[in-house]
Every structure is written in structure tokens, then in C-alpha cells.
Ligand binder design. Sequence first.
Ligand code: GUN
Length: 300
Amino acid sequence: MSAQIIDGKAFSASVRDKVATHVARLKDEHGLTPGLAVVLVGEDPASQVYVRNKGKQTIAVGMHSIEHKLAADTSEADLLALIDQLNQDPAIHGILVQLPLPDHLNEDLVINAIDPAKDVDGFHISNVGLLGTGQKPMVPCTPLGCLMMLRDHHGSLSGLDAVVIGRSNIVGKPMAQLLLGDSCTVTIAHSRTKDLADVVRRADIVVAAVGRAQMVPGDWIKPGATVIDVGINRISAPDKGEGKTRLVGDVDFASASAVAGAITPVPGGVGPMTIACLLANTVTACCRAHGLAEPEGLTA
Ligand code: GUN
């Protein structure tokens, strides 16, 4: 293996340290405590784990954390009323509605009911527009985490060829916008892209966010390229015993790490950065709400 491993666990710990330092300063100098509200509708087990982790990490950096757990059959009107109440609450600077929502709730309607200034997921249509026009958005957490790791590794990204594989609203599209903002030449590839292997081979930076286990092999990677693997896929692992599974990314780590200059592992790469960036966004939202300087290095 030749690639440098980009350690997302260590990097996310350094982001959380910066957040905690800034939270302490906001308390000491301004009497402010950033507050994050997480809303979970229903009992999806994976969502329950995410929400618990978010709550723990929010408290660990010294912020105010509240959770609203609503029944799976909560009406849209009741959910919108809760969002309105959180929008008005001066102790809450960030609101996150855990996705996916149950089928009877309109996700776009619910997300767009959040005050854009408190939309720490960066999913509100206003924040999407601000990001697309190079203004000051709340930036979606996973692409923000990828950008932080890329900037840390490369210093400047200016002029580099970047390929983003995947065109989701949550990762692919905002990732491409962020890379463009840092003056990369950006290609967005997806399931209909012709000659995907050749497109990827031209890239100095590859961000894989398609949700297909190990679909990017090492021989698609330009020697020395930086590979950011956003995928988290569970596959069967008979070598570990009957019925056992393991987590893998969208990139075939074994072959790609022999060619790449740097690569994020799965698990332990992009994954831990998402919650760290959620905390960073909550501090940013609190600073903006009070007209204070934003924390260095925690925004795009
Ligand atoms: N579900 C899985 N990941 C996320 C996320 O980043 N934000 C929200 N709101 N829901 C999610």
C-alpha cells in the first residue's frame, strides 16, 4: 500500500476540539450557549442511533442539546408547528429534522419550513441557492467534512481536476459546488456517465458518493490522486464467520490504496466528520445570529 490514510477519526476529534474551544469562548465573552434541536419522527433503528450520537457529541462540546422524538404517525401540521416553535426559540441556533421521514410527510415541505439561518443540515432551498451563487450558506455537513479533509491534505485545491461520482442533493451536488468554489475543474459523474473509468482516471481528486459497494476499482485511479470515499455499505463477510457482515465504501480500498496518493478508509474516514461538521455549523449559526465573527476553519 502506498497511499497516505486520511484519518477521519483523528481529524473529526480536532474539529470537535475547535468547536469546544469556540463554545467556551462564546460562553465566557458573550454569555451565549449554542443550542441544537434534533427532531426524530418514528422509530427507524439507524436514525435512533444517529440521533443518540448527535445528542452525546453536542453535550460533549458544551452546547445545549434538545431532542424531540415524535410518533411515526405524527401529522404534518403537528411537525410544522414544532418547527415553527423551534424557529422562534432564541436558545436554539440549529434545527435538524432526521431523514428519512415517514412516507406520509412531505420532506421538501418540512425542510423548507426550517428557518434557513437555523438549517444546520444546509438542505433548505435558500441555502442551496446561497451555495450555488457563492454567498454565505449553511453548508451540508458531509460535503463540508470532505472539503475540510481535502484542504488539510492539499493546502490549495486551485486548478485541480475533481470528479464527484454521485449527484444527490445531500452530497454530490453540494460537493461539486464546494470544489468549484475552491477553483477545481469539476466533473459530476453518475449512473448514466459514459466511460466512467476514463473520466475518473483524469481526476486529481475523486469523491465517491453513489452508495454502491466497492464500485470504484484501483485501476480507475490516477496514480497519486486523492480519494474521498463517502459510501457506507454493509456487505456479507463469510471470512469473518457465517452471517457476518462488514462495512465497505464505494471504492475498492485494497486496490485503490495501492495507487492513490491519499485515501479515506471506511469506516473511520468521512463518517465521523459528518457529526463534527454539524456541531461546527451550529456554532457558525449561533455566531451569525448574534453578529459575531465566525470560527476560523469551521466553515467553507
Ligand atoms: N439521515 C442520514 N443522514 C442525515 C443527515 O445528515 N441529516 C439529516 N437530517 N438526516 C440524515
